[in-house]
Design a binder for this molecule. Structure first.
Ligand SMILES: [Zn+2]
Ligand SMILES: [Zn+2]
Length: 116
């Protein structure tokens, strides 16, 4: 299951997220769940889409109730994750290494050496 497709936000999505249809659904889920599904926190709950395949017709299993902090983290990890693998692929190509083999340790050393 890929979460990457979920990062492309369309104008349609922006309008939907503000709609009564979505906000009432999200409010109900937040109330029913009562806390963040990651950390159990009860402050600043938000509803996160696990994917966008059922956008506008989401069911409870398509979303996750998260607190603001965990929600931000989820989106951050997503971005950092793909940035890392993009850089890794480019580096492997330059070194004529097969990215499918595990060269992540050398890659980490290379990143370190560039920081110095
Ligand atoms: Zn949380
Ligand atoms: Zn989200």
């Amino acid at each position: 299951m890929s979460t990457l497709s979920g990062r492309r936000a369309s104008p349609h999505y922006a309008a939907y997220i503000k709609s009564i249809k979505w906000t009432s659904k999200a409010t109900r889920w937040k109330r029913e769940t009562g806390c963040c599904e990651k950390c159990g926190g009860t402050e600043h709950l938000e509803v996160h889409h696990l994917h966008y395949r059922t956008l506008c017709a989401e069911r409870r299993e398509d979303v996750q109730v998260l607190c603001r902090a965990c929600h931000a983290l989820v989106h951050n990890e997503d971005r950092q994750h793909s940035a890392y693998w993009n850089a890794y692929d480019t580096w492997c190509k330059k070194k004529r290494l097969d990215p499918e083999d595990d060269h992540t340790e050398e890659f980490a050393e290379w990143i370190e050496s560039r920081r110095r």
